[in-house]
Design a protein around this ligand. Structure first.
Ligand code: ADP
Ligand code: MG
Length: 697
């Protein structure tokens, strides 16, 4: 049977109407899709209980016996049907609060049934409300083993298509299969990892006979998913390495040394030194660098970027750094100009607001090679931006960019430039291996010395006075503060109103201080002026939406107040908090929330108050939200293509899959051996269904 092309509607019991629902609601169109429509849980129906064993704290149980009689009890809304059920040793009440007529006509007394439900205590007795009742002799499905539960939607339920129906379909399908489902992994792999065959795995993922079966099936299927992802990434990476030679930067010359010896205002941290060494090694190796630099907020990535760019310059090439917001690009520009002052380097800033003659001058300078460092936003991607010889590209806060945008930078030079992507959103290792599996990873795991951990405090929004007391104490010592409001796109107007109101209130309540404000809807020039007032210390408080989230650096700021903190995710809270604590003084982050909080929000706030460690927060975030919601995962589509594996929980299998993929490719780089034929077939098939998630940069 050709499972992949056989329409599910021809399966007995399905038909065109239900087939359409399955397709619309669950994307199940073919028999193959049905096989891969996995249950989300199983309920153990291997054990029958006696009525006298039941207690109210048990989860689902099943009992076998007969209904002795029915009674309708109670009045009005409390009217209920009670069936007195016995297993010959004890009696338990089965209770229905609705569908009374149906139940009375469907079930008979003196007939053997299997009853399945959750025991409750009521008036000192045990009953089971709304149980599943099935004739004991018609249970041809797995009702006595581990019963699968499938996801369904409201629309399906309204049409009477529930988990039980899908169970019938999958059971029918397995019964009708005449031969084994063909294997999709090379036999030697299955054997060496002592995995079950695909046929067995698929049968047992739906219908295990015990928990151990289910575990083996799930391991095999998870491994396979992750293995093909890794194989694809690694093949792509190896191929790219062979295809693209990198510019070889052998010289570490006058600019790098001049900067290091004369301009650098502080000692590099050990981690910064190590990462710069890694980058130098890459750029001198003859292959093109593709490196991800992870480092917590405030760990000093900008400096690493600058020094790496200087190496490109020392070798006669140009360099470019791209940032996600104008404010950030402007700030990098200012930092670079200041740090490089006195050295013969021409740095220019290119954003959407740089126009006319000035823009023309920059573009010409780039083509002639006079502009050596270009700092900019997406504007640098435009076709009119052409370099004489671009040797190195840095992408800051890379998770803010799409895959396609990053890829365009590659084409700015005949030979692709070396690429360094930087992120302050820490990514747990297993996720990084999958998302950025084709990149080499460097980590700055050390903050510059003398930083005091930021103190994070949770405060309910009805306690303004105590918030102001804290603020005044800091501001009166000459420090500065941020007050941030969430910005949610759907109701941008409302959010700006929140911000404006908050601003008015602050002006009213703290009249002795000067206050700036910025939000995304302001004109660039206006925004810049307000930012500048804050950076130069003319104003003491900056009221802002999340436009300041990434990268802004004002070391004198020591307080970060986050309003409506319940509306921010963990990663964002951590990013925002990272705006303070950049000097040597004690800094504070105040999370202001309403009083009523969901359990998840409370957990988030708790994590924030307990740790400053970005990696710990990222792990917690991954667990709370699942990988599909993390920034960077959505655009890549990886999380969506996984049916079973969970990047948060299956870290060990990710690692195993990667190791196996490596060793397969080491032994047979082109998968040309006969035993590897199956790999090609599977990769080709998968590529059709999965977005191109391997091309990250
Ligand atoms: P991020 O990694 O978040 O981009 P930045 O590069 O903005 O961090 O650096 C944060 C602050 O730390 C800046 O003010 C920078 O000048 C300072 N800094 C960077 N490296 C060091 C160092 N080795 N010693 C002291 N301060 C440093
Ligand atoms: Mg930064």
């Amino acid at each position: 049977m050709d499972l992949e092309h056989q329409d599910v509607k021809y399966l007995p019991g399905v038909g065109p109407k239900r087939a359409k629902l399955l397709a619309d609601e669950l994307h199940v169109c073919t028999l193959h899709d049905l096989l891969y429509c996995f249950p989300y849980k199983h309920i153990d129906r291997t054990r029958l209980y006696y009525v006298h064993e039941l207690t109210a704290d048990m989860p689902y149980v099943q009992i076998r016996g007969q209904i002795l009689s029915f009674d309708v009890e109670g009045e009005g809304r409390k009217r209920r049907l009670v069936a007195h059920f016995t297993d010959g040793q004890g009696i338990v009440d089965l209770v229905w609060f609705n569908g009374i007529k149906y139940v009375m006509s469907a079930y008979k007394t003196r007939t053997d049934y299997i009853v399945f439900g959750r025991p409750n205590a009521f008036n000192g007795r045990i009953n089971i409300a709304h149980p599943d009742v099935e004739p004991a002799d018609s249970l041809r499905l797995n009702a006595m083993g581990m019963q699968p539960y499938y996801n369904t939607t409201d629309k399906m339920k309204r049409a009477g298509l529930n988990s039980r129906s899908i169970e019938h379909f999958t059971a029918t399908l397995f019964e009708s299969l005449k031969s084994e489902i063909p294997e999709t992994l090379p036999a030697y792999l299955v054997k060496s990892l002592q995995m079950v065959s695909l046929d067995e795995a698929l049968r047992h993922i739906h219908y295990p006979t015990c928990a151990e079966d289910l575990r083996k099936a799930s391991f095999r299927l998870k491994f396979e998913e992750l293995f093909y992802i890794q194989l694809n990434i690694l093949r792509y990476t190896r191929d790219r390495r062979n295809r693209y030679r990198g510019n070889v930067f052998t010289r570490v010359g006058a600019l790098f040394h001049g900067f290091y010896e004369e301009k650098l205002p502080f000692e590099l941290t050990g981690a910064q030194k190590r990462v710069i060494r890694e980058i130098r090694r890459d750029m001198g190796s003859g292959r093109q660098m593709n490196r991800l630099l992870q480092g917590d907020v405030g760990s000093g990535k900008t400096l690493v970027a600058l020094m790496s760019m200087l190496i490109a310059l020392d070798n006669g090439f140009q360099a470019c750094i791209m940032a996600p917001t104008e404010i950030l690009a402007e700030q990098h520009y200012a930092t670079f100009c200041q740090m490089l002052s006195g050295l013969p380097v021409r740095v220019e800033l290119l954003t959407g607001t740089v126009k006319g003659k000035r823009r023309q001058g920059i573009l010409e300078g780039l083509e002639q090679g006079d502009v050596q460092i270009l700092v900019g936003t997406h504007a640098v991607l435009e076709d009119t931006v052409r370099f004489k010889s671009l040797g190195m590209v840095v992408i800051d806060e890379q998770h803010r960019f799409g895959v396609a945008q990053r890829a365009r930078l590659w084409t700015k030079n005949v030979r692709p430039p070396h690429v360094l992507v930087m992120t302050a959103t820490p990514i747990p290792r297993t996720l990084a291996m999958t998302l950025y599996g084709d990149l080499d990873v460097s980590v700055i795991d050390e903050l510059p010395p003398g930083r005091k951990p930021i103190q994070t405090i949770h405060q309910f929004d009805n306690r303004r006075e105590s918030l102001y007391r804290g603020l005044r104490a800091q501001l009166n010592q000459g420090r500065q503060a941020y007050v941030v409001y969430p910005l949610i796109k759907e109701s941008e107007k409302m959010d700006i109103k929140n911000l404006e109101e908050g601003y008015e209130q602050l002006c009213h309540d703290l009249p002795e201080y000067k206050i700036s404000r910025v939000h995304g809807k302001m004109k660039a020039a206006e925004k810049e002026a307000e930012m500048q007032d804050f950076i130069s210390g003319k104003t003491q408080i900056l009221v802002a939406t999340t436009v300041i989230e990434v990268g802004v650096n004002v070391p004198n700021a020591s307080v970060m107040v986050i309003e409506n903190a319940e509306r921010f995710g963990l990663a964002q809270l951590h990013q925002l908090r990272g705006r303070v604590g950049r000097g040597a003084d004690q800094s504070y982050c105040i999370l202001v929330t309403k009083f009523q909080l969901s359990a998840d929000t409370r957990k988030r706030i708790q994590i924030m108050t307990e740790t400053n460690d970005g990696f710990e927060i990222a792990e917690a975030d991954l667990k709370l939200r699942g990988p599909g919601d993390l920034e960077g995962t959505q655009q890549s589509g990886v999380a969506f293509s996984l049916r079973l594996a969970d990047l948060a929980r299956d870290g060990q299998i990710v690692q195993l899959a990667r190791n196996m993929a490596e060793s397969v490719l080491d032994a047979d780089p082109n998968c040309a051996a006969e035993k590897n034929e199956i790999l090609w077939k599977q990769l080709a098939k998968l590529r059709k269904t999965i977005v191109d998630w391997s091309a990250i940069s």
